[in-house]
Design a protein around this ligand. Structure first.
Ligand code: ADP
Ligand code: MG
Length: 483
């Protein structure tokens, strides 16, 4: 078999987070609402209704394009993309054709630049629901999503594997959330992909015919669909066939892509400038101001976390995945001490985020403030509680919303460091483990560890292991000298 090179270009759709829709005043927060409750003459495309562009959406796309190192077109405009489909009542979608808001950008992914062809703004369509009503198959239309602002990002054919496509789309998702232009909520189809893919024999300079896989709504499906499609194309070429340029769909239940339409019948959208909306004009000063307002982006933040806090790549990746987590960590660190950046990272990643993940929460929805965790770590540092107890206290902080000092007091969790506190437990353990005591007396040093372990477990981890060990030795030697 020959070896083949893979070429992928992505078209990513991201729903913008705006209060109202793109061209009317209906709320864009339609998810889960009663069907057709968020509609008006504008988004229903009734005759004579006039669109008014949403300024926030334009600003969001401009900021996003700037974050992707695009050139912003000083003159931009909206265009009509004409086609018929039941979820598009106007008979055209307002989009952008030859003058998108942003062009010619790039994004670095694991040290490699992926070219960004364009970033433009358009409106979403309604949604068809195929249902069974009284035993009859019907198609229903919900127009709540009609006219919700949608940003489209098109990449150059620079992506070389399904894994890279997945990482790239995750980066887009991350940036959309960093910039707060979108929740990019995958469960609510807030982000969708069309993936274009072709293969060519190694050594060939001309790209192969591409196949477009439409409407993929998860990172995992994107990777799976592309891997399947590449396999399918290799098989065709290997058996002497030709790849026809076509649009295919990913059928998750069967794990295959299926043909939807071929190039011969591909639609001619007859784009023309939207006559009901004025062109968009940007001043250089406006562009500069938006550029300066961009927050620190994932790449810069990771680099800074690595350098400033000397953290491992793995921890940096987890802490900077969500800018709210990064912010939480930095707030906590500012209340603690920079020298303890690693200890804190460990607590946030291994304990806090694990609980958040298990409980299906988000960082901004937890009952624990950075100051609460730092109070806990300070009590731990002072030796008032030990590691095991500290972990338990953290769980109780989640459950009660109380501060750690209060939990330690009310639940009697302070470390048992004084001999008096441990005397009776130690005696009990010695009584119950005569064999280990004998082994120890006979020189088996490891038995002391076993005995201390028993004490720890009996005290649910509250015993100070050092005090416990000293006490065990004292008791055993005491007995010995007494015998
Ligand atoms: P079309 O005119 O069919 O929409 P475009 O040139 O606009 O095609 O490209 C659409 C997407 O397909 C872009 O993301 C682009 O990078 C990608 N693309 C273009 N040619 C190829 C190819 N031969 N193989 C893989 N992807 C491609
Ligand atoms: Mg195109």
């Amino acid at each position: 078999m020959r070896t083949y090179l893979t070429t992928i270009g992505l078209e990513v759709h991201v729903q913008l987070k705006t209060a109202s829709k793109m061209f009317c005043t209906n709320s864009a927060e339609y998810f889960g609402a009663q069907p057709n409750s968020h509609v008006c003459p504008v988004c229903l495309g009734l005759p004579g209704a006039l669109p008014v562009a949403n300024e926030k959406a334009i600003e969001s796309v401009t900021r996003f394009a700037l974050a992707l190192n695009c050139r912003i077109n000083k003159q931009s405009k909206f265009d009509r993309k004409n086609y018929f489909y039941p979820d598009l009542p106007k008979g055209y979608q307002i989009s952008q054709f030859d003058l998108p808001i942003g062009e010619q950008g790039w994004l670095e992914l694991d040290g490699k630049k992926i070219g960004i062809t364009r970033v433009h703004l358009e409106e979403d369509t309604g949604k068809l629901i195929h249902a069974n009503v009284n035993g009859e198959k019907v198609s229903l239309i919900d127009f709540n999503r009609s006219g919700v602002p949608l940003m489209e990002i098109v990449t150059e054919p620079d992506i070389e594997s399904p894994e890279e496509a997945r990482s790239f789309s995750k980066l887009i998702h991350q940036i959309a959330r960093y910039l707060e232009v979108s929740n990019a909520d995958m469960e609510k189809a807030g982000m969708r992909f069309d993936a274009n893919v072709s293969i060519r024999p190694r050594g060939a300079t001309k790209l192969g015919n591409k196949v477009e896989i439409k409407n993929i709504n998860s990172f995992r499906f994107l990777e799976k669909a592309l891997a399947y499609e590449i396999g399918r194309q290799v098989e065709i070429l290997e058996s002497g066939g030709k790849i026809i340029q076509e649009t295919r769909g990913w059928v998750e239940s069967k794990n295959v892509t299926v043909s939807q339409r071929t190039k011969e019948t591909s639609p001619d959208y007859r784009y023309f400038p939207e006559p009901d909306l004025p062109p968009l004009v940007f001043e250089q000063a406006q562009i500069e101001a938006l550029k300066n307002s961009l927050p620190e982006l994932p790449a810069e933040k990771s680099k800074r976390f690595e350098e400033e806090y000397s953290l491992d790549k793995k921890y940096v990746r987890i802490l900077t995945e969500d800018s709210n987590v990064a912010q939480w960590y930095e707030k906590a660190l500012s209340l603690y001490s920079k020298e303890k950046s690693k200890i804190l990272a460990n607590w946030v990643v291994e304990e806090l985020l694990r609980i958040i993940h298990d409980k299906n929460l988000i960082i901004n929805g937890v009952p624990i403030e950075p100051a609460g965790l730092i109070e806990l770590l300070t009590i731990l540092d002072k030796g008032e509680i030990n590691q095991t107890t500290a972990r338990r206290v953290l769980v109780r902080m989640f459950e009660t919303g109380n501060l750690p000092s209060r939990i330690v007091n009310e639940e009697n969790l302070a470390q048992l460091s004084k001999s008096e506190d441990l005397e009776s437990v130690v005696e009990e353990i010695i009584r119950e483990n005569q064999k280990a005591v004998k082994d120890f007396k006979n020189g088996k040093e490891a038995s002391i560890g076993f005995l201390v372990g028993q004490i720890m477990s009996k005290t649910k981890g509250q015993a100070n292991p050092k005090t416990a060990e000293t006490l065990v030795r004292k008791k055993i030697y005491g007995n010995q000298s007494g015998s």
